[in-house]
Design a protein around this ligand. Structure first.
Ligand code: UD1
Length: 344
């Protein structure tokens, strides 16, 4: 019998890649997604990639009764991977209550329903944003949590605490918190990738849209940071590598191998790459020249952050393997495919 995993936000960017890797690893997947930032044809594309069609229910995680019904319909769900959340940093400053309601309410509903339906564990999508600007780099999981820069970042911090408090209260569940660095790239088949609504806020979608001519120019936000070339530094992690970290985490959780009931792992490459380096690498890897200009800093940006991923390397036996060149090529191929499909 295949073990059944519920993936919330499973038609989204990271969610869809994770569903593929779960199915490839022999799990049975049930997706729920409210399609607020993705579309149902992602399910078709998952099926094209894996040959298996995951179960899909269009549902908002704020719908407690609806969720209850999904757990009843797909009896025996062993674990949840919880991606479903609002994730635009700028929007969260404008609409904090939307972010608090959505991101906190969804998790609370799931945690309340898990014991009732015998769900053993939850893997939670957290973020390196919980570290703010770390005092020491590369940043380890022990680094202090800094005051969040945005309501979005705050929801990640609070959700980590909600999970810890729930487990500490004696709830019969386990949890793994994965703190992602900057996920980029697309599936090598170019059937899955990031499809932002409207004008992209994140670097790589904006970059590929500029390269293909949808946007005129990429603005590089600041070249006066205290970094070798003055632009910000991030740890850009390939989305398929990131997806695989979830599969390993689920395996560890279901085999009851966790050292603690709540474990936390940095999921990054361990390499800091500047925005300007990334642009250069994109141009070299694809042969496409990019129109960009340096502009002023973007409010709220962290100067530099990259992971110490040793704990994930050692304990999970997971390591990011894809080169930045291949990752950026995959992002470009995805953008080309979107044009072919007449989407963007
Ligand atoms: C942010 C969040 C992160 C969140 C992610 C999801 C913070 C500190 N980080 O990541 O938690 O998970 O968004 O959306 O809140 N850049 C440009 N030009 C652009 C776009 C970006 O130069 O047009 C630069 C930024 O200034 C930054 C880097 O590229 O230095 C990466 O930016 P972005 O892709 O938006 O990710 P983060 O801000 O790192």
């Amino acid at each position: 019998m295949k073990e059944r995993i519920l993936v919330t936000g499973g038609t989204g960017y990271i969610g869809s890649h994770t569903v593929v890797e779960l199915q490839n690893a022999g799990y049975e997947v049930v997706i729920i997604d409210n399609l607020s930032n993705s579309s149902a044809d992602v399910v078709d594309n998952i099926e094209k990639v894996t040959g298996i069609r995951p179960a899909f229910e269009k549902l908002d995680c704020l719908d407690y009764d609806g969720l209850d019904g999904v757990f009843a319909k797909y009896a025996g769900i062993k674990a949840i991977i919880h991606f479903a959340a609002s994730k635009a940093v700028g929007e969260s400053v404008q609409k904090p209550l939307l972010y608090y309601r959505n991101n906190l309410g969804s998790l609370i509903n799931l945690l309340e329903l898990m014991p009732k339906h015998g769900v053993e564990g939850i893997v939670f999508s957290s973020s390196c944003t919980v570290y703010g600007q770390p005092d020491q780099l590369p940043v380890t999981e022990e680094a202090p949590i800094k005051k969040a820069e945005s309501p979005y970042g705050n929801t990640k911090q609070i959700n980590e605490e909600i999970i810890r408090d729930t487990v500490a209260s004696g709830a019969p569940i386990r949890a793994i918190l994965l703190r992602y660095f900057n996920p980029i790239g697309a599936h090598p088949t170019a059937l899955l990738g990031e499809l932002p609504n409207g004008v992209p806020q994140n670097l790589v979608p904006y970059l590929t849209q500029t390269a293909i001519g949808i946007r005129e120019k990429l603005s590089v936000f600041g070249d006066d940071y205290d970094t070798p070339d003055g632009s910000c530094i991030r740890d850009f992690i390939n989305v398929v590598d990131l997806a695989k970290a979830h599969v390993v985490a689920i395996g560890r959780m279901l085999a009851d191998k966790q050292d603690e009931k709540v474990e936390v792992f940095n999921i990054g490459t361990g390499n800091g790459v500047s925005v300007l380096e990334l642009i250069n690498t994109f141009e070299k890897a694809t042969g496409v020249k990019l129109n960009y200009q340096i502009v002023g800093r973007r409010a709220g940006d962290i100067e530099k952050v990259w992971a110490n991923p040793e704990r994930a390397n050692k304990v999970l036996g997971w390591k990011a393997g894809t080169s930045l060149e291949d990752t950026l090529r995959s992002a470009w191929n995805w953008q080309l495919k979107l044009r072919e499909r007449g989407i963007q």
